[in-house]
Design a protein around this ligand. Structure first.
Ligand SMILES: [Zn+2]
Length: 254
């Protein structure tokens, strides 16, 4: 029997979800490592599973003497003091522990937020923005980017303009953490790489955040532009937009 088999904890690889957090093999390694760390503090038999829940960060129940623990994946990187707080919480030593609350609050950016009902659809008549986002996330981002992406004109775009010489194809709302993609792109003549390029640009806004510099908010930083140019169809997409702006503007949906 190996060392791992003798331990009182068990790590459960979650079923492959729509958007796996990590590869199952990686999750297995991470989970065992985490279990070893937690077992230093928590002396009861336990079983751990990491989740991508949007509301429940911690849940525990005892089944046949085993504590079944479900934790949001933010806990994978928790410091030891948080593991101690978690142990205290599980053993009912402390209710409403501030250490845990603070930790969860500090890691809110890792929590996938449910799409509010008021948001538009991600599924267009031609393009599924979630599928595009997930594909980009896998290729260009180290951690899954789970920001909502919906069809809709940005709020600012809704102001009337006397002349429409340009069109804002995508926007990212820093306050609500939502990407909106202009419905003009959901048309048959629009290549997928163009939509992907716009989604990618907005995902970068979400991932990199805005920077304060000399009291001014700068969003298209040099780092941003460098990241943006990594998109494999970047130049092709730019060229297509340039050549087809008129067609987009006159489209039935704009
Ligand atoms: Zn931008």
């Amino acid at each position: 029997m190996g060392v791992l088999d003798q331990l009182a904890f068990q790590f459960v690889v979650p079923p492959v979800s729509r958007r796996p957090l990590l590869s199952p093999a990686r999750l297995d390694v991470v989970g065992r490592h985490w279990g070893l760390r937690f077992a230093r503090y928590f002396k009861k038999p336990f079983r751990i599973r990491f989740t991508d829940n949007s509301s429940t960060m911690i849940s525990a129940r005892v089944r046949r003497g085993v504590v079944e623990l479900r934790l949001h994946h933010m806990f994978i990187k928790a410091q030891d003091e948080i593991l101690v707080a978690l142990m205290d919480y599980l053993l009912d030593r402390k209710k409403n522990d501030r250490r845990l609350d603070g930790f969860i609050e500090r890691n809110q950016d890792q929590v996938r937020h449910r799409r509010p009902a008021a948001l538009g659809n991600s599924q267009g008549s031609r393009f599924d923005l979630i599928a595009i986002r997930d594909a980009l996330s896998r290729v260009y981002f180290a951690v899954p980017v789970e920001v909502p992406v919906v069809w809709g004109a940005s709020r600012r775009r809704r102001r009337r303009r006397r002349r429409r010489r340009s069109i804002r194809l995508g926007s990212y709302c820093y306050r609500d953490h939502v990407i909106r993609i202009h419905p003009a792109l959901d048309q048959d003549f629009v290549p997928a790489y163009v939509v992907a390029g716009v989604v990618y640009h907005e995902m970068l806004h979400h991932a990199l955040g805005a920077r304060q510099k000399d009291g001014r908010r700068s969003m298209h930083t040099r780092e941003f532009r460098e990241q943006e140019a990594r998109f494999v169809h970047y130049q092709k997409a730019e060229a297509w937009e340039h050549d087809n702006l008129g067609r987009l503007l006159s489209g039935p949906r704009t």
